[in-house]
Design a protein around this ligand. Structure first.
Ligand code: NAD
Length: 481
């Protein structure tokens, strides 16, 4: 019997008329579970529950919130192996990556448990004699969250934890493709002692329950992570609604990793290979554009290929696997489409790009490395979201910086160099929200801001103490003494 997972509305687990099968991409015969596909009515009930819970929760004390978030953190961390296994089974990243991500969710809850106790305000003198001014932060209200499939526990965690810490109520709609990790997270938080209705989970289709969440008048803010095309629709819906909703969008990337002639080759190859291909390249921060100076170009490409020869693509849950499968057939089709586009545009496939057969039926793709590409080609301009990267040869640092910034995106950017001068200049002049020196563009800390510029992000940053910009609203109070 396949297990059935329900939606959480007003503190009760609620069945839906329909369900979707959550399939293991490493073995398509393995059904992880049947997950409820909510309706518009269920979404409306969830928002009503969040609205009803808000007056009490927004006035709850920091100690109560701290204890609930800390308890959730403790359970996530105690169960990280099991949660990581579920994550890897449903999404396809390796077990080590899955456990790492589950552990990250636990750390995020611990961080925001502490933040419950740290929220302060300011008292400043007025320009008018006898008047005092206080600046405080208050919760925003009911927050709608829409999340993607590629970080199925970390992204829900880094949205839910600050929202609750600062006194908001939440309705979350996770990705319909990979809902299991978000379900497990919500179950843990609810059992940690959260009052009914403060956190609600409605799984299902973006075009149905996602749309209903965006259009609901009682939702005050939306935090979205996903593709640029969906993000644009989300922003439009938030502005069109009355009253307008606060909105935060985290979207795609085409992240450059610059490798200069003076780079440490080993460090550069490690940054490129892990950044471009690990987690199957399905990261918004993936190092998908490798911008390499002419003097090191051939040695770099050769060393990347040598490194890739040792990379094992197999079942995500098998020990010894370095890269798991692509998440599903449609993402695999997209990856293969871009491999063909790159070839048609004159790129040279220097390594990989073949669909692989393994013991179990799954979506296995050998990492693909293109050389002889330009920054004008589609492979350099559009997000593939798979294990596909391309090398662009440049003559000097100035050209590298120019091409790194010549993109619609601006999430993360990296440089491999031993020159303090170029590292410093790149950090200052990169048009990305996150800049890495001698590190892959992917791989970030949870206690500092995360987010980008240009087409990658819109609205306040996520994570760390900066999350309060999204999940609180500022009040300025004047008092005549
Ligand atoms: P997606 O845009 O297809 O879906 C994201 C979410 O939006 C899902 O929950 C989906 O059901 C929902 N949705 C779809 N249509 C909707 C609609 N009309 N109304 C409301 N909700 C709707 O993205 P995806 O394929 O799940 O994720 C991959 C994308 O996410 C990539 O572009 C990747 O770069 C991006 N991503 C960005 C970050 C970041 O922080 N910048 C992190 C991870 C992933």
């Amino acid at each position: 019997m396949t297990e059935m997972f329900k939606n959480l509305i007003a503190g009760e687990w609620a069945s839906a008329g329909n369900a979707s099968r959550n399939i293991n991409p490493s073995n398509t015969n393995d059904v992880v579970g049947e997950y409820a596909q909510g309706s518009v009515e269920q979404m409306n009930d969830a928002v009503a529950a969040a609205k009803a819970a808000f007056p009490a929760w927004s006035r709850s004390g920091p100690q109560e919130r701290y204890e609930i978030l800390k308890k959730a953190s403790d359970e996530i961390l105690a169960r990280k192996e099991e949660l990581g296994r579920l994550l890897s089974r449903e999404e396809g990243k390796t077990l080590a990556e899955g456990i790492g991500e589950a552990g990250r969710a636990g750390q995020i809850f611990a961080f925001f448990a502490g933040e419950c106790l740290r929220l302060g305000g300011e008292a400043v003198p007025s320009v008018r004699p006898g008047v005092g001014v206080e600046i405080t932060r208050e919760p925003v209200g009911v927050i709608g969250m829409i999340t993607p499939w590629n970080f199925p526990i970390a992204i829900p965690a880094w949205k839910i934890a600050p929202a609750l810490a600062y006194g908001n109520c939440v309705v979350i709609k996770p990705a319909d493709l990979v809902p299991g990790s978000a379900w497990a997270l919500v179950d843990i938080i609810q059992r940690a002692g959260l009052p009914k209705g403060v956190l609600n989970l409605v799984m299902g289709r973006g075009s149905v329950v996602g749309q209903a969440l965006l259009q609901h008048k009682d939702v005050h803010a939306i935090s979205f992570t996903g593709s640029v095309s969906t993000g644009r629709k989300v922003a439009e819906a938030c502005i069109a609604s009355s009253p307008m909703k606060k909105v935060q969008l985290e979207m795609g990337g085409k992240n450059p990793l610059v490798v200069l002639d003076d780079a440490d080759l080993k460090i550069a190859v490690e940054a490129a290979v892990t950044g471009a291909y690990f987690s199957t390249g399905q990261r918004c921060t993936a190092s998908s554009r490798l911008i390499v100076q002419a003097g090191i170009h051939d040695r770099f490409v050769e060393a990347c290929i040598e490194r890739l020869k040792g990379v094992v693509v197999d079942d995500a849950l098998k020990s010894g696997t370095h890269i798991g499968p692509v998440v599903d057939q449609s993402q695999l089709d997209q990856d293969l489409k871009y491999i063909q586009i790159a070839k048609d545009e004159g790129g040279k496939l220097a390594w990989g790009g073949e669909v692989l057969k393994r013991e179990t039926p799954g979506f296995y793709l050998q990492p693909a490395l293109f050389t002889e590409t330009t920054n004008a080609m589609r492979i350099s301009r559009e997000e593939v979201f798979g294990p596909v990267a391309n090398v662009i040869r440049v003559k000097d640092y100035e050209e590298a910086l120019h091409l790194a910034n010549d993109t619609e995106f601006g999430l993360s950017a990296g440089i491999c160099t031993t020159s303090l001068k170029y590292a410093t200049h790149f950090k200052r002049n990169s048009e990305a929200g996150m800049v890495m020196v001698n590190l892959a563009t992917a791989g970030v800390d949870y206690h500092v801001p995360f987010g980008g510029r240009k087409g990658s992000s819109y609205g306040p940053r996520e994570q760390g103490a900066y999350a309060k910009e999204m999940y609180t609203t500022v009040k300025t109070a004047y008092t005549l003494a």
